[in-house]
Design a protein around this ligand. Structure first.
Ligand SMILES: Cc1ncc(C[n+]2csc(CCO)c2C)c(N)n1
Length: 218
């Protein structure tokens, strides 16, 4: 079995819980409270910049020159393309930029940056994969299960359900499968662990937005 198939099986229950989250269902039917979306986009904008930095580190450390290019493009996508999208959300939903990183976002970005800097590069590639793959699956799920017209969150949905995004996700999955082939069982296990941890963080990222969760002491 491919590394990615085992990895997805390991996180299937996390994905199932994500799909059941009120936040995701309310995004799909357009009833998500505005303050939760605003909070989510504020944190996501901090996430994207740092995610881009983690991808750039992976690019620099990749063994194959093709992967240097691929992760450089991912990094550019995270910062330039996604930030442009966020800019339009900032305007449309009257969101202000914040530098207050909530606990989950803080944990997630520092987990990704330290993994990208210090762990084996294959493990770092596995750690960033849920960001692509879970968003693709969630985007497709919402797109296929839409029940309303004029959903205010339509642009968000279309970003992740689109074919163009699907191609990026395939590249990220294929890269992990290819590098996993060169790894020992022990190293493959570390890749699985990283994929699982980042998937937990994806769940928690949405959960924290739905609870508007900040630090207990600010
Ligand atoms: C918490 C969080 N996780 C994943 C994404 C999705 N995402 C962000 S950048 C990128 C690829 C860039 O090349 C993808 C798929 C998000 N927006 N927020």
């Amino acid at each position: 079995m491919k590394w990615s198939n085992t990895s997805w099986n390991n996180i299937q229950s996390i994905y199932d819980k994500i799909i059941e989250m009120p936040f995701i269902n309310q995004l799909a039917n357009g009833t998500l409270p505005l303050d939760q979306f605003q909070f989510y986009i504020q944190q996501d904008s901090i996430y994207l910049e740092n995610f881009g930095r983690a991808l750039a580190l992976i690019a620099a450390r990749a063994h194959e020159v093709d992967d240097v290019l691929t992760y450089t493009r991912f990094a550019e996508g995270a910062i330039v393309v996604e930030n442009a999208l966020h800019e339009s959300f900032f305007k449309e939903f009257k969101i202000s930029k914040t530098h207050d990183v909530n606990p989950v976002c803080h944990h997630y970005i520092h987990y990704l940056k330290s993994t990208a800097a210090l762990d084996q590069v294959e493990v770092a590639m596995a750690a960033v994969l849920p960001c692509f793959w879970i968003y693709k699956k969630v985007g497709d799920y919402i797109y296929e299960n839409q029940s309303v017209k004029n959903n205010p969150y339509q642009q968000w949905i279309e970003t992740y359900a689109g074919e163009e995004f699907g191609l990026l996700v395939d590249q990220a999955i294929n890269c992990c499968d290819r590098v996993a082939e060169t790894c020992s069982d022990n190293q493959k296990e570390l890749m699985h662990k990283a994929f699982y941890t980042a998937s937990q963080l994806e769940y928690n990222f949405w959960d924290s937005a739905s609870k508007l969760k900040r630090w207990e002491i600010e």
